[in-house]
Design a binder for this molecule. Structure first.
Ligand SMILES: NC(=O)C1=CN([C@@H]2O[C@H](COP(=O)(O)OP(=O)(O)OC[C@H]3O[C@@H](n4cnc5c(N)ncnc54)[C@H](O)[C@@H]3O)[C@@H](O)[C@H]2O)C=CC1
Ligand SMILES: O=C(CO)COP(=O)(O)O
Length: 338
């Protein structure tokens, strides 16, 4: 199916998703706010800071001009970091309004807005007027960009407020190594996607401190319990959390040394300061801001999230990691399933 698609954000994930869409036959324009990156993508067809040793298809057109990127498109796919999605959406919205364009919106970012505690579909719905959008969908699941680009088998979910759009998006992305399932649980998919990054930070920290496989399994399992608790408090389907965008993404992010969240946690566990970790990474570590948002949401909604709360105190209050783990382990005993 040939569609005109704008991919906004040419980091690791945006560029790899643009590659899949191009490979599957869509006409893709890839927008970045960085002029040097656009020049590199158009002239060398590489994106060396984000995806090493890979040459992208010559048919992907990179541009610095948002108006040009979204001209006459059927779909706009947002893949910029969570905390800048609102400002990019605002710019997109002004252009759509002026042109009376009506498009399908997708996002593939994983986080909660730090200031408003909003999910990204909420941010996009707030910024892009109903007369300019046919649908809002989210693409999510266990999909480290570095493995997708080498065509490792990858399964993801597209959740949407419009099942016709979900089916169309499914067919736009599906191929022999990238399989897409549909869902109508936007809340569950977005909450799972955002909160697994917090647990990945914790898993990296445990590894950095020398803890082993039992500790990893414990963190992932109890992490999933608190992700589901917060998600279901918003009306998410509990089954979503045992799907690709829930436990699936949690497994890959909390165990893969490609994960920026896991790597950041690992460095923190080894005693590096948060500022240094952020500087070393040079790419987005979504779990940091999302920890703050999820912590505040848990307080607001009276949902118990002991691991998120512990990670919040380590990141934002300078709490000692070992002492924090000790406090978690010596809490009063309780029943596993509440
Ligand atoms: N890398 C991965 O394997 C995956 C990432 N994701 C999600 O995709 C989203 C983007 O992640 P990545 O591409 O990995 O990040 P990245 O750090 O590799 O790239 C981020 C991109 O956003 C651009 N950017 C930064 N600030 C900006 C601003 N103010 N305005 C416009 N553009 C700006 C940067 O220039 C860069 O091109 C995140 O929410 C992440 O959780 C989802 C699945 C897989
Ligand atoms: O979401 C991801 C894989 O599904 C990527 O996670 P990181 O941002 O931690 O690299």
């Amino acid at each position: 199916m040939t569609k005109e698609i704008a991919v906004l954000g040419a980091g690791s994930w945006g560029s790899v998703l643009a590659g899949i869409l191009d490979e599957n036959g869509s006409n893709v324009k890839l927008w970045s706010y960085n002029k040097d990156q656009v020049k590199e993508l158009n002239e060398q067809h590489t994106n060396s800071k984000y995806i090493k040793d890979y040459t992208f298809s010559k048919s992907i057109k990179a541009t610095n001009d948002l108006g040009e990127a979204i001209e006459d498109v059927d779909y706009i796919l947002f893949v910029v970091p969570t905390q800048v999605t609102r400002s990019v959406a605002r710019q997109v919205s002004a252009i759509l309004k002026e042109r009376h364009q009506w498009v399908n919106i997708i996002h593939a970012s994983k986080g909660i807005e730090e200031k408003t505690y909003s999910r990204l579909s909420q941010v996009l719905a707030q910024e892009i007027a109903p007369e300019n959008r046919k649908s809002i969908s989210v693409l999510s699941g266990p999909s480290q960009a570095e493995d997708v680009v080498t065509k490792d088998i990858t399964l993801v979910t597209v959740a949407s407020d419009n099942q016709k759009a979900a089916k169309e998006i499914q067919s736009l992305f599906m191929n022999h190594y990238f399989r897409v399932y549909t869902s109508d649980d936007v809340i569950g998919v977005e909450i799972g996607a955002a909160l697994k990054n917090i647990i990945a930070l914790g898993a990296g920290a445990l590894y950095g401190l020398g803890y082993k496989d039992n500790a990893k399994a414990a963190l992932i399992t109890r992490g999933l319990a608190e992700i589901s608790r917060l998600g279901t408090s918003f009306g998410a389907n509990p089954l979503t959390f045992i799907g690709l965008s829930g436990v699936g993404d949690l497994i890959v992010t909390a165990t893969s040394s490609n994960s920026r969240n896991w790597r950041a946690g690992n460095e923190l566990g080894r005693g590096e300061s948060l500022d240094q970790v952020i500087k070393n990474m040079g790419m987005v570590i979504e779990g940091i801001a999302t920890t703050r948002a999820a912590y505040q949401l848990s307080k607001q909604r009276g949902v118990e999230m002991p691991i998120t709360s512990a990670i919040y105190h380590v990141l934002y209050d300078g709490a000692d990691i070992k002492e924090t783990i000790n406090q978690l382990m010596t809490r009063e005993g309780r029943s596993e399933i509440e």
